[in-house]
Design a protein around this ligand. Structure first.
Ligand SMILES: *[C@@H]1O[C@H](CO)[C@@H](O)[C@H](O)[C@H]1NC(C)=O
Ligand SMILES: *[C@@H]1O[C@H](CO)[C@@H](O)[C@H](O)[C@H]1NC(C)=O
Ligand SMILES: *[C@@H]1O[C@H](CO)[C@@H](O)[C@H](O)[C@H]1NC(C)=O
Ligand SMILES: *[C@@H]1O[C@H](CO)[C@@H](O)[C@H](O)[C@H]1NC(C)=O
Ligand SMILES: *[C@@H]1O[C@H](CO)[C@@H](O)[C@H](O)[C@H]1NC(C)=O
Ligand SMILES: [Ca+2]
Length: 367
Protein backbone atom coordinates (compact mmCIF):
# COMPACT_ATOMS: atom_id res chain seq x y z
CA UNK A 1 0.00 0.00 0.00
CA UNK A 2 1.73 3.24 -1.12
CA UNK A 3 0.36 5.27 1.79
CA UNK A 4 2.21 3.12 4.32
CA UNK A 5 5.44 3.37 2.33
CA UNK A 6 5.41 7.16 2.31
CA UNK A 7 4.36 7.23 5.96
CA UNK A 8 7.33 5.10 6.87
CA UNK A 9 9.75 7.47 5.18
CA UNK A 10 8.62 10.44 7.25
CA UNK A 11 10.12 11.30 10.62
CA UNK A 12 8.18 9.91 13.58
CA UNK A 13 6.39 13.13 14.46
CA UNK A 14 5.18 13.83 10.92
CA UNK A 15 4.04 10.25 10.61
CA UNK A 16 1.96 10.66 13.71
CA UNK A 17 0.50 13.99 12.54
CA UNK A 18 -0.31 12.69 9.10
CA UNK A 19 -1.95 9.55 10.33
CA UNK A 20 -3.90 11.61 12.89
CA UNK A 21 -5.23 13.97 10.22
CA UNK A 22 -6.34 10.98 8.17
CA UNK A 23 -8.15 9.58 11.17
CA UNK A 24 -9.82 12.91 11.88
CA UNK A 25 -10.87 13.39 8.24
CA UNK A 26 -12.44 9.95 8.21
CA UNK A 27 -14.24 10.04 11.51
CA UNK A 28 -15.31 13.60 12.24
CA UNK A 29 -17.62 13.48 9.26
CA UNK A 30 -19.63 10.63 10.76
CA UNK A 31 -20.27 7.56 8.66
CA UNK A 32 -17.40 5.72 6.96
CA UNK A 33 -16.72 6.63 3.30
CA UNK A 34 -18.43 10.00 3.81
CA UNK A 35 -15.78 12.17 2.16
CA UNK A 36 -13.91 11.80 -1.13
CA UNK A 37 -10.82 13.79 -0.24
CA UNK A 38 -9.09 15.84 2.42
CA UNK A 39 -6.23 18.30 2.48
CA UNK A 40 -3.33 16.90 4.50
CA UNK A 41 -0.03 18.44 5.54
CA UNK A 42 3.20 16.72 4.67
CA UNK A 43 6.81 17.95 4.79
CA UNK A 44 6.32 19.05 1.15
CA UNK A 45 3.34 21.26 2.09
CA UNK A 46 -0.33 20.49 1.74
CA UNK A 47 -1.61 17.81 -0.61
CA UNK A 48 -4.93 16.14 -1.29
CA UNK A 49 -5.59 12.62 -0.22
CA UNK A 50 -8.38 10.68 -1.89
CA UNK A 51 -10.71 8.07 -0.44
CA UNK A 52 -13.53 5.83 -1.58
CA UNK A 53 -16.70 7.77 -0.82
CA UNK A 54 -20.49 7.57 -1.05
CA UNK A 55 -23.39 9.98 -0.51
CA UNK A 56 -25.42 9.80 2.68
CA UNK A 57 -28.77 7.97 2.66
CA UNK A 58 -31.85 10.04 1.87
CA UNK A 59 -35.63 9.60 2.06
CA UNK A 60 -36.00 8.83 -1.64
CA UNK A 61 -39.77 9.26 -1.65
CA UNK A 62 -39.18 12.99 -2.14
CA UNK A 63 -37.63 12.32 -5.57
CA UNK A 64 -39.83 9.50 -6.89
CA UNK A 65 -42.17 9.61 -9.87
CA UNK A 66 -45.34 7.63 -9.17
CA UNK A 67 -47.44 5.98 -11.88
CA UNK A 68 -50.57 3.95 -11.20
CA UNK A 69 -51.91 1.39 -13.72
CA UNK A 70 -54.66 1.23 -14.83
CA UNK A 71 -55.21 4.96 -14.40
CA UNK A 72 -58.93 4.58 -13.66
CA UNK A 73 -58.21 2.29 -10.67
CA UNK A 74 -57.93 5.40 -8.46
CA UNK A 75 -61.32 6.02 -6.85
CA UNK A 76 -63.47 9.09 -7.22
CA UNK A 77 -64.34 9.45 -10.94
CA UNK A 78 -67.27 8.91 -10.78
CA UNK A 79 -67.70 9.42 -7.01
CA UNK A 80 -68.11 6.18 -5.09
CA UNK A 81 -69.23 5.09 -1.63
CA UNK A 82 -67.19 2.66 0.43
CA UNK A 83 -67.03 1.13 3.89
CA UNK A 84 -64.31 -0.64 5.84
CA UNK A 85 -63.65 -4.20 6.93
CA UNK A 86 -64.08 -3.20 10.55
CA UNK A 87 -67.22 -1.18 9.95
CA UNK A 88 -68.86 -2.99 7.01
CA UNK A 89 -72.42 -1.72 7.45
CA UNK A 90 -71.62 1.99 7.47
CA UNK A 91 -71.02 2.56 3.75
CA UNK A 92 -71.32 6.30 4.01
CA UNK A 93 -67.72 7.29 3.31
CA UNK A 94 -67.24 8.80 -0.11
CA UNK A 95 -64.36 9.10 -2.55
CA UNK A 96 -64.81 11.99 -4.97
CA UNK A 97 -61.92 13.07 -7.19
CA UNK A 98 -63.48 16.47 -7.82
CA UNK A 99 -63.63 17.45 -4.14
CA UNK A 100 -60.18 18.02 -2.57
CA UNK A 101 -61.23 16.76 0.90
CA UNK A 102 -62.68 13.54 -0.58
CA UNK A 103 -60.05 12.86 -3.29
CA UNK A 104 -57.36 10.19 -2.92
CA UNK A 105 -54.83 10.76 -5.73
CA UNK A 106 -51.51 8.82 -6.05
CA UNK A 107 -49.45 11.80 -4.78
CA UNK A 108 -50.79 11.13 -1.26
CA UNK A 109 -48.52 8.05 -1.08
CA UNK A 110 -45.45 10.31 -0.97
CA UNK A 111 -46.51 13.46 0.89
CA UNK A 112 -45.16 14.31 4.33
CA UNK A 113 -46.99 12.52 7.14
CA UNK A 114 -45.47 14.59 9.95
CA UNK A 115 -48.11 17.29 10.27
CA UNK A 116 -51.83 17.03 9.78
CA UNK A 117 -54.10 14.04 9.23
CA UNK A 118 -53.05 10.83 7.43
CA UNK A 119 -53.54 11.16 3.68
CA UNK A 120 -53.76 8.23 1.30
CA UNK A 121 -54.21 7.01 -2.26
CA UNK A 122 -57.28 4.81 -2.61
CA UNK A 123 -58.65 2.56 -5.34
CA UNK A 124 -62.15 1.79 -6.53
CA UNK A 125 -63.91 -0.97 -4.57
CA UNK A 126 -64.10 -4.58 -5.72
CA UNK A 127 -67.65 -4.13 -7.06
CA UNK A 128 -66.72 -6.13 -10.20
CA UNK A 129 -65.90 -9.28 -8.21
CA UNK A 130 -65.00 -12.01 -9.29
CA UNK A 131 -62.89 -10.09 -11.84
CA UNK A 132 -59.63 -9.58 -9.89
CA UNK A 133 -58.96 -6.15 -8.44
CA UNK A 134 -55.50 -5.43 -9.89
CA UNK A 135 -53.29 -2.36 -9.66
CA UNK A 136 -49.64 -1.64 -10.44
CA UNK A 137 -47.75 1.18 -8.78
CA UNK A 138 -44.46 2.08 -10.45
CA UNK A 139 -41.93 4.19 -8.57
CA UNK A 140 -39.17 5.66 -10.75
CA UNK A 141 -36.08 7.69 -9.99
CA UNK A 142 -34.23 7.66 -13.33
CA UNK A 143 -31.10 6.98 -11.26
CA UNK A 144 -29.36 3.92 -9.77
CA UNK A 145 -29.91 3.82 -6.02
CA UNK A 146 -28.78 1.50 -3.23
CA UNK A 147 -31.12 0.60 -0.38
CA UNK A 148 -29.77 1.49 3.05
CA UNK A 149 -32.75 0.47 5.20
CA UNK A 150 -36.13 -1.24 4.95
CA UNK A 151 -38.68 -0.24 2.32
CA UNK A 152 -41.87 0.47 4.26
CA UNK A 153 -45.30 0.56 2.64
CA UNK A 154 -48.20 1.65 4.85
CA UNK A 155 -51.69 0.40 4.05
CA UNK A 156 -54.76 1.96 5.61
CA UNK A 157 -57.80 -0.36 5.98
CA UNK A 158 -55.80 -3.60 5.74
CA UNK A 159 -52.79 -5.00 3.89
CA UNK A 160 -53.21 -6.88 0.59
CA UNK A 161 -53.57 -10.66 0.81
CA UNK A 162 -51.52 -11.10 -2.38
CA UNK A 163 -48.87 -8.71 -3.67
CA UNK A 164 -45.49 -8.68 -5.46
CA UNK A 165 -42.66 -6.18 -5.14
CA UNK A 166 -40.60 -5.96 -8.36
CA UNK A 167 -37.50 -3.97 -9.17
CA UNK A 168 -35.75 -2.74 -12.29
CA UNK A 169 -32.05 -2.03 -12.71
CA UNK A 170 -32.43 -0.41 -16.14
CA UNK A 171 -34.98 2.38 -15.71
CA UNK A 172 -37.99 0.15 -16.29
CA UNK A 173 -36.95 -1.73 -19.43
CA UNK A 174 -36.70 -5.07 -17.62
CA UNK A 175 -38.14 -6.14 -14.28
CA UNK A 176 -37.50 -8.91 -11.79
CA UNK A 177 -39.38 -9.97 -8.67
CA UNK A 178 -37.86 -8.67 -5.43
CA UNK A 179 -40.20 -10.27 -2.88
CA UNK A 180 -43.54 -12.09 -2.92
CA UNK A 181 -46.18 -11.45 -0.25
CA UNK A 182 -49.26 -13.60 0.38
CA UNK A 183 -51.40 -14.93 3.21
CA UNK A 184 -50.81 -18.36 1.62
CA UNK A 185 -47.57 -18.48 -0.38
CA UNK A 186 -48.09 -22.02 -1.68
CA UNK A 187 -51.57 -21.29 -2.98
CA UNK A 188 -50.77 -17.86 -4.45
CA UNK A 189 -47.31 -18.48 -5.94
CA UNK A 190 -46.47 -22.17 -5.43
CA UNK A 191 -43.63 -21.09 -3.13
CA UNK A 192 -43.00 -22.31 0.42
CA UNK A 193 -43.32 -19.46 2.95
CA UNK A 194 -39.99 -18.08 4.25
CA UNK A 195 -38.81 -15.34 6.55
CA UNK A 196 -35.70 -13.21 6.13
CA UNK A 197 -34.59 -14.51 9.56
CA UNK A 198 -34.25 -17.96 7.94
CA UNK A 199 -31.73 -16.67 5.39
CA UNK A 200 -27.99 -17.05 5.84
CA UNK A 201 -24.85 -15.66 4.18
CA UNK A 202 -25.09 -18.23 1.39
CA UNK A 203 -28.64 -17.39 0.31
CA UNK A 204 -29.19 -13.79 1.46
CA UNK A 205 -29.97 -12.68 -2.12
CA UNK A 206 -32.67 -15.30 -2.62
CA UNK A 207 -36.10 -14.01 -3.66
CA UNK A 208 -38.59 -15.32 -1.10
CA UNK A 209 -42.33 -15.40 -0.51
CA UNK A 210 -43.33 -14.27 2.98
CA UNK A 211 -46.64 -14.55 4.84
CA UNK A 212 -45.52 -12.17 7.59
CA UNK A 213 -47.20 -9.06 6.20
CA UNK A 214 -50.33 -10.45 4.55
CA UNK A 215 -52.30 -12.20 7.26
CA UNK A 216 -55.28 -10.42 8.79
CA UNK A 217 -54.47 -8.97 12.22
CA UNK A 218 -56.89 -6.03 12.14
CA UNK A 219 -56.30 -3.03 9.93
CA UNK A 220 -55.28 -0.76 12.78
CA UNK A 221 -52.94 -3.19 14.52
CA UNK A 222 -50.44 -3.56 11.72
CA UNK A 223 -50.43 -1.37 8.65
CA UNK A 224 -46.90 -1.88 7.34
CA UNK A 225 -45.45 -4.14 4.70
CA UNK A 226 -41.65 -4.30 4.72
CA UNK A 227 -38.89 -5.25 2.39
CA UNK A 228 -36.27 -6.17 4.97
CA UNK A 229 -32.90 -4.59 4.27
CA UNK A 230 -31.65 -4.17 7.84
CA UNK A 231 -32.17 -7.86 8.69
CA UNK A 232 -30.26 -8.84 5.54
CA UNK A 233 -27.40 -6.48 6.45
CA UNK A 234 -27.39 -7.96 9.96
CA UNK A 235 -26.50 -11.39 8.54
CA UNK A 236 -23.03 -9.88 7.93
CA UNK A 237 -22.85 -6.93 10.33
CA UNK A 238 -24.49 -8.57 13.34
CA UNK A 239 -27.33 -7.27 15.51
CA UNK A 240 -27.42 -3.47 15.62
CA UNK A 241 -25.12 -3.50 12.55
CA UNK A 242 -22.15 -3.06 14.89
CA UNK A 243 -19.68 -4.84 12.61
CA UNK A 244 -20.42 -2.71 9.55
CA UNK A 245 -16.87 -3.26 8.17
CA UNK A 246 -17.76 -6.90 7.65
CA UNK A 247 -20.77 -5.89 5.57
CA UNK A 248 -18.62 -3.59 3.39
CA UNK A 249 -16.03 -6.36 2.98
CA UNK A 250 -18.74 -8.74 1.79
CA UNK A 251 -20.15 -6.10 -0.56
CA UNK A 252 -16.79 -6.25 -2.36
CA UNK A 253 -16.22 -9.98 -2.27
CA UNK A 254 -19.64 -11.57 -2.67
CA UNK A 255 -20.90 -11.73 -6.20
CA UNK A 256 -24.35 -10.19 -6.65
CA UNK A 257 -24.63 -8.77 -3.11
CA UNK A 258 -24.39 -5.06 -4.01
CA UNK A 259 -26.60 -5.53 -7.05
CA UNK A 260 -29.25 -7.14 -4.86
CA UNK A 261 -29.73 -3.81 -3.03
CA UNK A 262 -29.47 -1.71 -6.22
CA UNK A 263 -32.44 -0.49 -8.30
CA UNK A 264 -33.65 2.37 -10.49
CA UNK A 265 -37.40 1.61 -10.22
CA UNK A 266 -39.70 -0.34 -7.94
CA UNK A 267 -43.11 -1.72 -8.78
CA UNK A 268 -45.88 -2.91 -6.48
CA UNK A 269 -48.26 -5.37 -8.10
CA UNK A 270 -51.38 -5.46 -5.95
CA UNK A 271 -53.19 -8.71 -6.74
CA UNK A 272 -55.83 -9.16 -4.02
CA UNK A 273 -56.95 -6.74 -1.30
CA UNK A 274 -57.42 -7.37 2.42
CA UNK A 275 -60.37 -9.68 3.11
CA UNK A 276 -60.68 -9.37 6.90
CA UNK A 277 -59.50 -12.91 7.59
CA UNK A 278 -62.32 -14.67 5.76
CA UNK A 279 -63.65 -15.40 2.26
CA UNK A 280 -64.91 -12.68 -0.04
CA UNK A 281 -68.43 -11.73 1.00
CA UNK A 282 -70.29 -11.03 -2.23
CA UNK A 283 -73.13 -9.20 -0.53
CA UNK A 284 -70.81 -6.38 0.52
CA UNK A 285 -68.05 -5.65 -1.95
CA UNK A 286 -67.71 -1.98 -1.00
CA UNK A 287 -65.34 -2.88 1.86
CA UNK A 288 -62.65 -4.31 -0.44
CA UNK A 289 -60.10 -1.90 -1.94
CA UNK A 290 -56.46 -0.80 -1.56
CA UNK A 291 -55.36 2.33 0.29
CA UNK A 292 -51.71 3.35 0.73
CA UNK A 293 -50.79 6.27 2.96
CA UNK A 294 -47.00 6.22 2.72
CA UNK A 295 -44.04 4.61 0.97
CA UNK A 296 -40.58 5.01 2.53
CA UNK A 297 -37.54 4.16 0.42
CA UNK A 298 -34.35 4.90 2.39
CA UNK A 299 -31.47 4.71 -0.07
CA UNK A 300 -28.37 6.45 -1.35
CA UNK A 301 -27.35 7.36 -4.87
CA UNK A 302 -25.10 4.75 -6.44
CA UNK A 303 -21.98 6.68 -7.41
CA UNK A 304 -19.50 3.80 -7.64
CA UNK A 305 -17.69 5.17 -4.56
CA UNK A 306 -16.62 8.26 -6.53
CA UNK A 307 -18.94 10.91 -4.99
CA UNK A 308 -19.99 12.01 -1.50
CA UNK A 309 -22.84 14.23 -2.72
CA UNK A 310 -25.83 13.59 -4.93
CA UNK A 311 -28.08 16.44 -6.03
CA UNK A 312 -31.31 16.85 -7.95
CA UNK A 313 -30.85 18.70 -11.23
CA UNK A 314 -33.73 19.25 -13.68
CA UNK A 315 -35.72 16.76 -11.62
CA UNK A 316 -33.16 13.94 -11.88
CA UNK A 317 -30.68 12.87 -9.21
CA UNK A 318 -27.06 13.09 -10.26
CA UNK A 319 -23.82 12.17 -8.46
CA UNK A 320 -21.38 15.08 -7.94
CA UNK A 321 -18.46 13.05 -9.25
CA UNK A 322 -14.95 13.33 -7.80
CA UNK A 323 -11.75 11.40 -8.58
CA UNK A 324 -11.95 12.84 -12.13
CA UNK A 325 -14.89 10.65 -13.02
CA UNK A 326 -18.08 11.75 -14.74
CA UNK A 327 -21.60 10.62 -15.68
CA UNK A 328 -24.81 10.26 -13.69
CA UNK A 329 -23.28 7.37 -11.64
CA UNK A 330 -19.59 8.42 -12.02
CA UNK A 331 -19.17 5.36 -14.22
CA UNK A 332 -16.64 6.88 -16.66
CA UNK A 333 -13.35 8.72 -16.52
CA UNK A 334 -13.63 12.43 -17.32
CA UNK A 335 -12.27 13.66 -20.62
CA UNK A 336 -8.46 13.99 -20.44
CA UNK A 337 -8.33 11.53 -17.52
CA UNK A 338 -8.32 8.30 -19.45
CA UNK A 339 -4.75 7.16 -18.89
CA UNK A 340 -6.08 4.02 -17.17
CA UNK A 341 -9.39 2.29 -17.66
CA UNK A 342 -12.18 3.32 -15.27
CA UNK A 343 -12.72 1.35 -12.06
CA UNK A 344 -15.25 1.77 -9.27
CA UNK A 345 -13.82 2.78 -5.90
CA UNK A 346 -13.47 -0.06 -3.39
CA UNK A 347 -14.59 -0.39 0.24
CA UNK A 348 -11.32 -2.24 0.83
CA UNK A 349 -9.07 -1.93 2.68
CA UNK A 350 -11.36 -0.76 5.48
CA UNK A 351 -11.89 1.82 6.87
CA UNK A 352 -11.08 4.31 4.09
CA UNK A 353 -11.08 2.07 1.02
CA UNK A 354 -9.39 2.69 -2.32
CA UNK A 355 -10.45 5.64 -4.49
CA UNK A 356 -9.22 4.15 -7.82
CA UNK A 357 -9.05 7.64 -9.29
CA UNK A 358 -8.89 8.34 -12.99
CA UNK A 359 -5.47 9.57 -14.09
CA UNK A 360 -4.67 12.46 -16.42
CA UNK A 361 -3.67 11.25 -19.85
CA UNK A 362 0.13 11.34 -19.96
CA UNK A 363 0.52 11.42 -16.16
CA UNK A 364 1.46 7.75 -15.87
CA UNK A 365 4.77 8.16 -17.72
CA UNK A 366 5.86 11.07 -15.52
CA UNK A 367 5.28 9.21 -12.21
C1 LIG B 1 -61.04 1.37 -16.73
O1 LIG B 1 -60.93 1.57 -18.13
C2 LIG B 1 -60.96 0.37 -18.87
C3 LIG B 1 -60.68 0.69 -20.32
O2 LIG B 1 -61.38 1.83 -20.72
C4 LIG B 1 -62.30 -0.33 -18.67
O3 LIG B 1 -62.34 -1.53 -19.40
C5 LIG B 1 -62.47 -0.64 -17.19
O4 LIG B 1 -63.73 -1.19 -16.96
C6 LIG B 1 -62.32 0.63 -16.36
N1 LIG B 1 -62.25 0.24 -14.96
C7 LIG B 1 -62.91 0.86 -14.02
C8 LIG B 1 -62.71 0.37 -12.64
O5 LIG B 1 -63.66 1.79 -14.26
C1 LIG C 1 -48.88 -4.90 -14.08
O1 LIG C 1 -47.62 -5.18 -14.69
C2 LIG C 1 -47.49 -6.49 -15.17
C3 LIG C 1 -46.09 -6.68 -15.69
O2 LIG C 1 -45.81 -5.77 -16.69
C4 LIG C 1 -48.52 -6.71 -16.27
O3 LIG C 1 -48.44 -8.05 -16.73
C5 LIG C 1 -49.92 -6.46 -15.71
O4 LIG C 1 -50.86 -6.58 -16.73
C6 LIG C 1 -50.00 -5.09 -15.09
N1 LIG C 1 -51.27 -4.96 -14.40
C7 LIG C 1 -52.00 -3.89 -14.48
C8 LIG C 1 -53.24 -3.92 -13.68
O5 LIG C 1 -51.72 -2.93 -15.17
C1 LIG D 1 -32.97 10.65 -16.92
O1 LIG D 1 -31.61 10.82 -16.64
C2 LIG D 1 -30.81 11.01 -17.79
C3 LIG D 1 -29.35 11.01 -17.37
O2 LIG D 1 -29.09 12.02 -16.43
C4 LIG D 1 -31.22 12.31 -18.48
O3 LIG D 1 -30.46 12.51 -19.65
C5 LIG D 1 -32.70 12.22 -18.84
O4 LIG D 1 -33.14 13.44 -19.37
C6 LIG D 1 -33.54 11.88 -17.60
N1 LIG D 1 -34.89 11.61 -18.02
C7 LIG D 1 -35.92 12.15 -17.41
C8 LIG D 1 -37.26 11.74 -17.93
O5 LIG D 1 -35.81 12.94 -16.51
C1 LIG E 1 -30.63 -20.61 3.52
O1 LIG E 1 -29.56 -21.38 4.03
C2 LIG E 1 -29.79 -21.87 5.35
C3 LIG E 1 -28.56 -22.62 5.79
O2 LIG E 1 -27.41 -22.07 5.26
C4 LIG E 1 -31.00 -22.80 5.36
O3 LIG E 1 -31.24 -23.24 6.67
C5 LIG E 1 -32.19 -22.03 4.83
O4 LIG E 1 -33.31 -22.90 4.72
C6 LIG E 1 -31.92 -21.43 3.46
N1 LIG E 1 -33.03 -20.58 3.11
C7 LIG E 1 -33.59 -20.60 1.89
C8 LIG E 1 -34.71 -19.68 1.65
O5 LIG E 1 -33.21 -21.34 1.01
C1 LIG F 1 -8.45 15.71 -11.11
O1 LIG F 1 -7.98 16.65 -12.02
C2 LIG F 1 -7.60 17.91 -11.46
C3 LIG F 1 -7.19 18.82 -12.60
O2 LIG F 1 -8.31 19.09 -13.38
C4 LIG F 1 -6.48 17.70 -10.45
O3 LIG F 1 -6.14 18.94 -9.87
C5 LIG F 1 -6.97 16.74 -9.38
O4 LIG F 1 -5.95 16.47 -8.48
C6 LIG F 1 -7.45 15.46 -10.00
N1 LIG F 1 -8.06 14.64 -8.95
C7 LIG F 1 -7.77 13.37 -8.78
C8 LIG F 1 -8.51 12.65 -7.71
O5 LIG F 1 -6.97 12.76 -9.46
CA1 LIG G 1 -49.73 10.27 2.79
Amino acid sequence: MPMVDSCAMLPQLLLLLRCLSLTVAQYTSGAPYSSCKSLVSTDDGQTWEYYACQPRPMAMKQFMQIKVDPENITCGAPPERFCTLENPYMCSDECDASTPELAHPPSLMADSEISGPITYWQTVTWSRFPTPLLANISLSWNKSLELTDDILITFEYGRPTIMVLDKSLDKGRTWQPYQFYADDCLEAFGMPPKKVSELSATNVTRVICTEQYSRWVGSKNEKNVRFEVRDRFAIFAGPGLRNIDNLYTRMESMKGLRDFFTFTDLRLRLLRPALGGTYVQRDNLLKYFYAISNIEVPARCKCNLHADQCTSRDGTLQCDCEHNTTGQDCARCAKAFKAKSWKPGSYLPTPSGSPNTCEAAGSLGSK
